[in-house]
Write a protein that binds this ligand. Structure first.
Ligand code: ADP
Length: 366
């Protein structure tokens, strides 16, 4: 298949409500998806991901704002005139048609010649590795193969944009992991701007160039997976992209290079005054379990950590590491310890010391 022109998608202050303006499902969405990007919309169920995706496809209509594809406002363009391909969670294949006819369907509808259809369907099936299954019906294929038929049927029309609505959620875990790599390889090969909806943060992080985290119809943050993981802007993003410990407290005016953070759970903690938005007042600290050092009482404690004494409530064995849930006063903290064979662990109720790496603490708006 010929490489496609890579085009950008831009949402400008988009607002959408289903019930005549009473409840806004999308609130002032502004984001730009770069040409050729593999972009994920990530968020919990009901956050507005599918509504936004369907809006790009033209199945939903926004009441406010602009939707630009390749620089042109297509808000009033009907779905069939948008040149956008969408793969649904359910695949929506025709059960009575062969794989070949399913893939050819869109081309037949567009009244292409038999020779062109033959060439394009052949190429699309080859691209998804299903040439030898052309004469089967969808019911005679595995879930992963059906997914690939749905993909072939979408890309065969050579859309400018590929939209994927939870495309892997019907597959079992092993297949999902394999298919997400296939999907990414295919996207890279075609260079097609792709928007991918998922509620699975691992799926988004392992595939997306960048992602938007949504909650309550609002884009909370946009960035690369690493940027969102390392520098979340609020407690929602910190907790949704990975696991985190949150401590609420108050920042007092700093002296020199440090800020003083006070929380009933921790006492007073000196933080490096590197965060420009860390103004005096209420704030929440976030630090990830893998950045917390775990030590026995009596072990030498490095000075660069802020040490807390606690008691293990329980440990979760996850293979590569053990995640300890540790009671410190009224708080429960999660701390990870890398695991190796025959390494002694901490049992429930053991005293334990947690070393918080101050450089890994993020200050979030309260
Ligand atoms: P997500 O894809 O993140 O799970 P959706 O975009 O499907 O979220 O839904 C966002 C919100 O819009 C939800 O509260 C949902 O109940 C509501 N919603 C979705 N579709 C409709 C509809 N056709 N009519 C009314 N409300 C809807």
């Amino acid at each position: 298949m010929t490489p496609l022109k890579k085009i950008p998608i831009e949402c400008r202050s988009i607002g959408l409500s289903y019930d005549g303006g009473k409840t806004e499902v999308l609130k002032d969405i502004s984001l730009r998806i770069e040409p050729g990007e593999f972009f994920a919309l990530l968020g919990p169920s009901g956050s507005g991901k599918s509504t936004l995706l369907r809006l790009i496809a033209g199945f939903n209509r926004h009441q406010r704002g602009e939707l630009l594809v390749d620089g042109r406002d297509i808000s009033a363009t009907p779905p069939h005139a948008r040149n956008i391909g969408m793969v649904f969670q359910s695949y929506a294949l025709w059960p009575h048609m062969t794989v070949w006819d399913n893939v050819a369907f869109g081309l037949v509808e567009r009244r292409m010649s038999k020779a062109v259809i033959k060439q394009k369907v052949g190429a699309a099936l080859e691209l998804v590795g299903l040439s030898q299954y052309a004469q089967r019906r969808p019911g005679q294929l595995s879930g992963g193969q059906q997914q690939r038929v749905a993909l072939a049927r979408t890309i065969v029309i050579e859309p400018q944009v590929l939209l994927l609505d939870e495309p892997l959620s019907n597959l079992d875990k092993t297949l999902r992991v394999q298919m997400r790599q296939e999907l990414l390889a295919l996207q890279r090969q075609l260079g097609i701007t792709t928007v991918f909806v998922t509620h699975d943060q691992e799926e988004a992080m392992t595939t997306a160039d960048r992602m938007a985290v949504m909650e309550g119809g609002v884009v909370q943050q946009v960035g690369t997976p690493a940027a969102l993981f390392d520098y979340p802007v609020n407690a929602f993003v910190a907790g949704f992209v990975g696991t985190t410990n949150l401590v609420q407290g108050e920042i007092a005016a700093g002296t020199g290079n440090s800020l003083s953070f006070r929380a009933p759970a921790l006492g007073e903690l000196a933080l490096p005054a590197t965060s420009a938005d860390a103004l005096p007042g209420k704030a929440t600290l976030s630090f990830r379990p893998h950045t917390v050092k775990v030590a026995r009482v009596g072990d030498a404690c490095e000075h660069r950590y802020f040490w807390l004494d606690g008691k293990v409530e329980h440990g979760e064995f996850l293979g590569e590491f053990v995640r300890y849930h540790v009671r410190v006063g009224t708080m429960l903290f999660a701390a990870d310890q890398l695991h190796h064979a025959s390494m002694p662990g901490f049992t429930t109720a053991s005293p334990i010391r947690l070393g918080i790496d101050v450089s890994q603490i993020r200050i979030l708006a309260a």
